[in-house]
Design a binder for this molecule. Structure first.
Ligand SMILES: [Zn+2]
Length: 246
């Protein structure tokens, strides 16, 4: 059987046939895949390698029929257990994987998204018990939108190209920011200059430029932009995670 090698993050494990597990992995080379680990629930295999949110390097047998890879061996790169040290952090990461499994097709490589996830998680790992790790969750969520083709122009109106002065409106259906005269839909989200700037800095990951007071004042509306974008573009309801991110 042909073998492959890849690294990835486990985001789900389902018990199967008393001693086996099927693991859902977001892998660097093959996107989301399922792996059958025979005997995973016996003590002779290193369970930490398949713990939720662990980053592990795998050697696998390619499926000759069906979709499930078979496990050969693995090496733990970074344990996922750290992320359980803080319940909010745990839920924040759960949200990231919920979104990935909601939008990524099975067995289609997504290297750019993997790199974004890997970068975001390694930052969050450094600040597991620090509430400000939410900035990296927001960074991940906005940049995932960018990769998926929903990048915003933060400086000028998406319709008439006029530079924004004080306020802008986020239109989730067209995925643009509009000026006051181009905005025609009452449900579009009104943003002040401060919140537009925050979204810009969060997306670019320049947290040094971020004004903390402005962030606290505007984080609800920043979340509203994300939530409406994910619901409009991917039909995903991320609002129930809102209390863990805010
Ligand atoms: Zn305009």
């Amino acid at each position: 059987m042909p073998q492959i090698k890849t690294e990835g993050y486990t985001f789900k494990a389902i018990n199967y046939n008393e001693t086996s597990q099927i693991i859902r992995l977001f892998s660097s080379d093959f996107g989301i895949i399922s792996i059958l680990v025979r005997g995973a629930l016996k003590s002779n295999k290193s369970n930490e390698n398949f713990d939720i949110f662990s980053k592990t390097s795998f050697v696998l047998y390619e499926p000759h029929s069906g979709e499930i890879y078979k496990y050969k061996e693995s090496t733990l790169l970074q344990s996922g257990i750290d992320f359980s040290k803080n319940i909010k952090t745990f839920y924040r990461i759960s949200l990231m994987f919920k979104i990935l499994s909601g939008i990524l097709p099975e067995r289609i490589p997504a290297p750019e998204i993997y790199a974004l996830l890997d970068k975001s998680l390694s930052k969050i790992r450094k600040y597991v018990t620090d509430d400000s790790n939410k900035l990296y969750v927001l960074y991940f969520l906005f940049n995932l939108l960018v990769i998926e083709g929903y990048e915003l122009n933060y400086d000028s109106c998406g319709k008439c190209k006029k530079k924004f002065s004080k306020i802008a409106f986020y239109a989730p259906k067209e995925s643009v920011l509009l000026c006051e005269s181009c905005n025609s839909y009452v449900d579009n989200i009104k943003l002040n200059a401060e919140s537009v700037k925050l979204i810009k800095y969060i997306t670019k990951g320049v947290f040094g430029n971020l004004n903390k007071t402005a962030f606290i004042k505007n984080e609800n509306v920043v979340w509203k932009v994300l939530s409406s974008s994910y619901s409009t573009n991917f039909d995903l309801d991320i609002d129930k995670f809102g209390e863990f991110v805010k």
